[in-house]
Design a binder for this molecule. Structure first.
Ligand code: ZN
Length: 198
């Protein structure tokens, strides 16, 4: 599954915030696929969610709008925390809204031969799809200003990630993409400089 490689942040809420990096809205298909990749819903559940776009377009429109607003508020908060800045307290309202309406419990499920804790909502509406993300965001906020939320040092990338590396000096979303690109650029720069010196 090549798509899973886009989940580089180490925390669900940060990966969700990163889905905005494509620079556009989120389609229903993309949102459902994200939830599968992030193990929020099973593939079996997803196959029942996908057809809702055709069956209940109004409902899906409303959920997507709420999802986008929610994502924008997460991005604003994470951007503030990663810059070691405080943020207005009402910014957490969209998170509380989701936490408030999504009652449920965690259950052990077996996915791809691995046990996972999966959120089981009592809510019959579709807001429960955001519950696990809201919970993850809330946990990050509770960590406070010292939470190691960082952004990729590549100015063209800026993906969020949770730096739980041993040295706490992770700079790149992933070494294989941005990290290596940087190394190659630095190498070429050095070589050009050296040639100029010769
Ligand atoms: Zn990057």
């Amino acid at each position: 599954m090549a798509r899973s490689s886009s989940l580089i942040a180490g925390r669900l809420a940060l990966d969700f915030a990163n889905t905005a990096s494509a620079g556009r809205d989120l389609s229903w298909e993309e949102f459902v696929s994200f939830l599968v990749d992030a193990h929020v819903v099973t593939e079996e559940r997803a196959s029942r969610l996908r057809p809702l776009l055709a069956a209940e377009p109004q409902t899906i429109d409303t959920v997507l709008l709420k999802t986008l607003r929610f994502r924008e508020s997460l991005r604003a908060i994470f951007a503030a925390v990663s810059a070691r800045k405080s943020f207005p307290r009402n910014w957490v309202e969209p998170i509380n809204d989701i936490l408030r309406i999504t009652e449920g419990h965690d259950e052990l499920t077996l996915q791809l031969e691995a046990w996972r804790l999966q959120f089981m909502a009592r809510e019959s509406g579709l807001e429960w799809l955001l519950a696990a993300i809201a919970r993850s965001a809330a946990e990050l906020i509770v960590e406070g200003p010292e939470a190691p939320i960082r952004r990729c040092a590549n100015p063209a990338c800026r993906l969020f990630f949770y730096d739980d590396s041993r040295t706490h000096r992770r700079r790149w979303c992933s070494m294989s993409s941005c990290g290596n690109r940087h190394k190659v650029a630095a190498f070429l720069r050095r070589r050009t400089t050296r040639r100029r010196d010769e």
